[in-house]
Design a protein around this ligand. Structure first.
Ligand code: PMT
Length: 399
């Protein structure tokens, strides 16, 4: 599994001797699938050159709050929003003090204030500096504000002193971040998700289907995995690949999807129906290919498929059940009716009359609707919409 697949990691490098290890940290993040951008403080550049980190990360280095070039490419607020995870490594005593006091007099300080991403701190300093009351006060304050500390490690330091203060080794930093992601808010939860279209066969070579690519459903599955859930993904025929850690069950028809969902739901806590399930199927299946010269007109009688979502909410009342609503008009109102008629905990509406969102594209824009509130998620990549949706579900369940 690529642990940081599609994750945006912002590495902030500050001025300590351990800065030379940041190239290795970047390499490990990239090896695990991440896109890495680097912010350097002025003093960090005394220990490792920006050129080295630019070459390893494959991206320009960000080092200035007021840099016209940087602002036109990716300004500090965009960078703060871009990051899924921020790691400050090495983090000096001065940087800890700066964050504790919310100072924004350089790019790194401003980014930390502007970002909602999880911030990990890997301190690196002389052992007496680490043990000093001022640093320890800052440490406690940052812990209480939900910053996650990695280390410092104990041992011999560059200055010859021995004790806590060394930066944790790059391999261990990466492992600790991975394991903290696995202990996310959906740890111990089993989530069953449907994705993609269904195919309702008319004869061996023809079928009724739709344009669902599976991108939204597979993103939902990845986001659930990132929050620590065990994930079953019941998928119609699509051309994208699922992460190896996802239990992928491939199906064709709505009936097969229903059967697989029922099997998974016996021990699932959450169901998310993102598939574009065909509402109708041919009443009769022709075992042999229907010949085009058998008649000038062909009538195909259709009958309704069973509604998977309604069956799940009916048969598994203790599960948290989420539907999607693909609408072309009165989007919120129609979705809200489905929330009630299908007895759901949440429904996510998307306006599929807009061809740039919804079916078979990389972005979406949705309303997350519960009985109590509507949260609008503006146009964004499907993986980011999915992360937002899953965090909302986790918050609802854990409350
Ligand atoms: O796959 P992509 O290309 O990324 O596109 C994503 C998407 C547009 C398919 C997705 O965002 C979406 O909107 N999925 C739901 C599509 C749909 O079928 O909507 P609906 O309004 O017709 O159905 C409402 C809900 O009932 C859905 O959760 C659907 O999965 C469910 N349903 C519908 C019919 C049926 N027989 N059984 C069901 O469970």
């Amino acid at each position: 599994m690529l642990n940081f697949s599609k994750k945006n990691i912002l590495l902030c490098v500050t001025g300590g001797i351990a800065a030379y290890k940041s190239a290795e940290i970047i390499r490990l993040f990239k090896k695990n699938g991440a896109d890495v951008r680097v912010v350097m403080t002025e003093s960090a550049k005394e220990f490792i050159t920006p050129l080295t980190l630019q070459a390893v990360s494959g991206n320009d280095i960000h080092d200035s709050l007021l840099d016209e070039k940087a602002e036109s490419a990716m300004g500090h607020i965009e960078l703060a929003k871009w990051a899924d995870i921020i790691l400050i490594a090495p983090c000096t005593a001065e940087t800890m003090s700066k964050i504790t006091h919310g100072r924004a007099d350089d790019l790194m300080g401003a980014l930390i204030l502007a970002s909602k991403a999880n911030v990990y701190i890997a301190p690196a300093m002389n052992t007496n500096m680490w043990m000093d009351k001022g640093t320890q006060n800052n440490y406690q304050k940052l812990l209480s504000r939900n910053y996650t500390f990695i280390g410092p490690a104990d041992g011999e330091q560059a200055c010859g002193d021995v004790g806590p203060g060394r930066m944790v080794e790059p391999n261990d930093i990466i492992d600790l971040i991975i394991s903290s992601l696995k202990n996310g808010p959906l740890a111990n939860k089993i989530v069953t998700i449907t994705a993609g279209p269904t195919r309702e066969q008319i004869d061996p070579v023809r079928f009724i289907s739709n344009n669902s690519s599976g991108k939204m459903g597979y993103s939902i599955a990845e986001a659930a995995l990132e929050l620590g859930a065990t994930v079953n993904l019941v998928s119609g025929p699509v051309s994208i690949k699922a992460d190896k850690s996802i239990n992928l069950i491939k199906v064709n028809s709505a009936n097969q999807m229903l059967e697989s969902v029922m099997n998974c739901m016996s021990d699932s806590d959450i169901f998310i129906g993102c598939a574009a399930v065909s509402d109708f199927k041919p009443s009769d299946y022709s075992e042999s290919k229907i010949k085009k010269d058998s008649a000038d007109n062909l009538d195909i009688k259709l009958e309704k498929n069973k509604d998977i979502l309604s069956i799940v909410s009916d048969k598994f009342p203790s599960a948290y059940v989420v539907g999607f609503a693909a609408e072309t008009s009165n989007v919120k109102e129609n979705a809200k009716s489905k929330l009630i008629s299908k007895n759901l905990n949440m429904i996510i509406s998307n306006d599929v009359s807009d061809k740039s969102i919804g079916f078979d594209v990389d972005e979406n824009e949705v309303n997350v609707i519960t009985k109590d509130e509507i949260i609008f998620l503006k146009r964004d990549k499907k993986i980011r919409i999915a992360r937002n949706v899953l965090n909302t579900i986790a918050a609802q369940i854990n409350n």
